[in-house]
Design a protein around this ligand. Structure first.
Ligand SMILES: *Cc1c(COP(=O)(O)O)cnc(C)c1O
Length: 526
């Protein structure tokens, strides 16, 4: 009845909020300066940070859901895709979309493969299943996508010495039930490019879609040779048979997180990616990607930064990556007891024990990484893995080299040497030993194999108690992930994956559990 709007003021209190955030941010690993050699890709150019921040601010209230209402979005997306298409040598048949990141690009590539397979096999029986063929080293995102899209995973072992599969092994897996073949440029764990040309030729002869996962390489390998690097094997749209490529702008494109591109050869193939609904009572929905409403911020930042850098900017930044990579790879190979795995094709390195030296001169890559960390640098430990053919991929330590690494490369190289000197001749605890310790805590006095069965019955709280007691450090504010990760990684290696997976889920899930009772609004004039 009463149409007069309430004049009651809305209680808003901004005091101290940003101070608190600044306080929280102090505990984060540094995003700039080259101290963290994974996750962050720092070009070392403050002007780009400013540009990206202003671009995000200027679009902060747009909704990326609907480019017909917010037309700037369509223009920025088109221009970013045009640039990506040029970089990856697409012609007029190559179209694409901007996604939120590599995982989304890869998931959409798998969806395209699935719908394409269904279209190619109209008379399949209801129970017929399709596979995706991927090397063991393909990013975990493909395993996630296969799970989400209910496809079988066919993992092709790679050569443990180089980290790449043979083309023949990949091609041998092709068949009528294959929805998609994936090759990487490069694969994240070891940094080498898969045999794209041979695999794409064989797959396309059978009408099978081929996705090149250049999430990490797509904005650096195209500039590698111009930046003075060695030749990179062909992986882009110049290779016949390649049907899609993912390239994360938020990695070597040097833009804030939230942007990747998925380029697809052929409009009809790409249309399999879309979702549309016109028979519900709300607005007609057409989504190219997985999200509905979405921020235009990451797109605007990516558009602005790529415009500002252009090809010349990327070549110059790639040169810095390349020079720092050369220095670090040479340094690692000079350290007695360590060596670089295979021959990486870009700025990613995996470091392993050099088994050609006597045992008491060897350096374990995980103990080494933990030691490097005490000197102020964060390297990434990666577990070993027994592949389906029985070969074992060694446990490694990964370095993602970025332009800013060049500014600190001598100091870093020195830390790599010092850390190796400290742990040379020391073996990490055997994975089985760590396992026995954890199981001993989980089920004292029980035979280790029987103890593993504990996990089959355990609920979330029981798993948490095991993890917390056996693996985490107990601090004032509760349990924290230890700074020395060697035992954790050993455990991951020794446990069956479904068990280690559950344990790590418990660690991550507990981080952001809500802590207090529901908030009651304070009673006010009603
Ligand atoms: C990072 C990466 C992905 C996944 O990308 P996100 O942006 O982390 O989701 C996929 N493939 C490769 C090769 C990657 O390096």
């Amino acid at each position: 009845m009463n149409a007069t709007p309430s004049s009651e003021p809305v209680p808003v209190n901004t005091d101290g909020i940003l101070d608190r955030l600044a306080e929280l941010r102090k505990a984060d690993a540094p995003t700039h300066g080259g101290r963290v050699l994974s996750y962050v890709y720092d070009p070392g150019l403050a002007a780009l940070d400013e540009l990206a921040a202003s671009a995000i601010r200027s679009v902060q209230h747009l909704n990326g859901l609907d480019p017909t209402t917010f037309t700037s979005i369509g223009v920025m997306e088109r221009e970013l895709l045009t640039f990506a298409g040029q970089v990856l040598h697409g012609d007029a048949d190559v179209v694409g979309s901007v996604t939120s990141g590599g995982t989304e690009s890869c998931t959409l590539a798998v969806k395209i493969g699935r719908e394409d397979w269904r279209a190619r096999n109209p008379r399949r029986a209801p129970g017929d299943r399709a596979r995706i063929v991927i090397p063991t080293t393909a990013h975990a995102a493909f395993r996630k996508a296969a799970g989400l899209l209910d496809l079988d995973l066919d993992l092709v072992p790679v050569d443990p010495a180089t980290g790449v599969p043979t083309a023949a092994d990949m091609i041998a897996r092709l068949g009528e039930d294959v929805a998609l073949v994936v090759v990487s440029a490069p694969a994240y764990p070891h940094g080498a490019v898969d045999p794209v040309r041979e695999v794409a030729a064989a797959a396309s002869a059978q009408g099978i879609a081929v996705h090149v996962d250049a999430c990490v390489g797509g904005w650096v390998l195209p500039f590698w040779e111009a930046a003075g690097g060695a030749d990179v094997p062909d992986f882009d749209f110049r290779v016949p048979g390649v049907t899609s490529i993912s390239a994360d702008v938020h990695k070597y494109g040097y833009v804030p997180k939230g942007t990747s591109v998925l380029l697809v050869r052929g409009r009809d193939l790409q249309r399999h990616q879309f979702f549309s609904v016109t028979d519900w009572p709300g607005y007609p929905v057409v989504n190219a990607t997985l999200a509905g409403s979405r921020s235009a911020g990451p797109l605007a930042a990516a558009w602005a930064v790529t415009q500002a850098l252009g090809v010349d900017g990327y070549v110059a930044l790639t040169r810095r990556c390349r020079e720092a990579t050369d220095v670090l790879a040479a340094q690692v190979d000079q350290i007695e007891g360590l060596t670089v795995l295979g021959s990486p094709d870009g700025p990613l390195l995996a470091v392993i024990t050099d088994e050609s030296v006597p045992e008491d001169r060897r350096v374990d890559p995980h103990l080494w990484a933990d030691e490097v960390r005490t000197l102020g640098w964060v390297l990434q430990t990666q577990p070993g893995l027994v592949q389906s053919d029985g070969t074992r991929l060694p446990h490694t330590t990964h370095l993602t080299v970025t332009p800013v690494t060049a500014d600190v490369v001598d100091e870093l190289a020195g830390a790599l040497v010092t850390a190796a000197d400290r742990v040379r001749g020391t073996a990490r605890p055997a994975p089985e030993q760590v396992l026995a310790h954890v199981l001993g805590t989980a089920a004292p006095g029980v035979d280790p194999h029987a103890a593993l069965a504990v996990f089959d019955q355990a609920d979330a709280d029981a798993v948490w108690n095991i993890v917390r007691g056996a693996l985490l450090d107990e601090g004032d504010g509760g349990p924290t992930v230890p700074t020395r990760l060697t035992p954790l990684l050993s455990l991951v290696e020794a446990l069956p994956p479904h068990v280690s997976g559950r344990m790590l889920v418990e660690v991550v899930a507990r981080i952001s559990e809500p802590q207090s009772a529901p908030v009651e609004p304070t009673a006010s004039a009603g």
